[in-house]
Design a protein around this ligand. Structure first.
Ligand SMILES: Nc1ncnc2c1ncn2[C@@H]1O[C@H](COP(=O)(O)OP(=O)(O)OP(=O)(O)O)[C@@H](O)[C@H]1O
Ligand SMILES: [Mg+2]
Length: 306
């Protein structure tokens, strides 16, 4: 069974695809059979990052055609041990994947025979993004130091927390839960996951306990990317403290990645940044993160289908 790392960030442009590809290259470089899945379904572009010719097969084939196993749409990349499942041909209907298709995709991903799987998720808080993020305990959040990016990553973390609570209830039961939350905490409280969780603990103690165990088991990580010299290097730990205080989720701050304008050059030239510019601070940061990721493979992944 593969180790799966979903990579998400609340805001577009934070560096999800760059980080996913770089981690893929580092893991493959260590001899791990690594698969990257482009799940930014409305705007898939990893084939370009990885210098793979425009894909002739993609996730839409798996989703639309009955007898297309997920293995059959895996593409080779120019890098040994690094493979790609592209979302490139996907049109809007695939971007808004129906629930059954999503479950089918998650099950198939879990069965794939690779050492490591990295999922590049779309920006924002769509159900696709939330559900694919919750496919394993090892999700990685990425944000830049800009306040808008920080705000969006916090919103994403909160939405994931909310989604996990929501997964334990039927539509009808969740309505009852929302109504109770409003009774306890006032108008608008149904939209605050913190209040919802307090009501769960009060009215459904068993589910509350299960959720607390789930949240305790998550090994989510946070990375701050594109850190300029003048930026506060302590921002990541601050966000983690905030998340712990308000949501009770312990997110490990994994490190900062320095901003380097050569990243742009490498992407334009369609070459690997860490290979072309190995002695930059940014390449060092990325290698350090790669090490952390590989050392964190001691624990089994968890799949949530419900
Ligand atoms: N550490 C960095 N230093 C400098 N530039 C960076 C760095 N990381 C990413 N970038 C730049 O940010 C841009 C956006 O990166 P990327 O495409 O990986 O973001 P994304 O989160 O995947 O965006 P989207 O949500 O639109 O897919 C890239 O074009 C790249 O040039
Ligand atoms: Mg991207």
């Amino acid at each position: 069974m593969a180790y799966i790392w979903p990579i998400g960030g609340g805001k577009g442009g934070s560096g999800k695809s760059f980080l996913t590809c770089t981690l893929g290259l580092l893991l493959a470089g260590l001899g791990k059979r690594t698969l990257i899945i482009d799940l930014d379904l409305g705007a898939a572009n990893l084939h370009t990052f990885l210098n793979v010719p425009y894909p002739t097969k993609s996730l839409s084939d798996f989703i639309r055609k009955k007898n297309t196993p997920l293995e059959s749409i895996v593409l080779e990349t120019p890098v040994p041990d690094l493979f790609l499942i592209s979302g490139a041909n996907d049109t809007l209907d695939v971007a808004n994947l129906p629930y059954e298709q999503k479950i089918k995709t998650m099950r198939a991903i879990a069965k794939l025979n690779f050492d490591c799987i990295l999922l590049d998720l779309g920006a924002g808080t769509s159900f696709n993004t939330l559900d694919f993020f919750l496919i394993s305990q090892n999700g990685i959040f990425i944000a830049t130091p800009e306040p808008t990016s920080v705000e969006n990553v916090y919103r994403l973390i909160r939405a994931i927390y909310f989604r996990r609570i929501r997964q334990y209830f039927t539509v009808a039961d969740f309505k009852v839960l929302e109504d109770a939350t409003v009774r306890y905490f006032g108008d608008g409280a149904y939209a605050k996951p913190e209040y919802i969780m307090q009501t769960v603990k009060k009215n459904y103690p068993e589910t509350g306990l299960k959720l607390e165990n789930d949240f305790a088991a998550y090994k989510f990580k946070l990375i701050i990317n594109q850190l300029h010299k003048q930026d506060d290097a302590g921002l990541g730990p601050q966000i983690c403290r905030l998340v712990d205080k308000h949501l009770g989720i312990k997110i490990v701050f994994s490190g900062n990645i320095a901003y380097d304008e050569h990243v742009h050059d490498a992407i334009c030239q369609r070459v690997s940044f860490i290979d072309r510019y190995p002695y930059t601070r940014t390449a060092g940061d990325l290698r350090e993160l790669g090490k952390q990721i590989i050392y964190s493979t001691g624990d089994q992944m968890m799949i949530n289908y419900s």
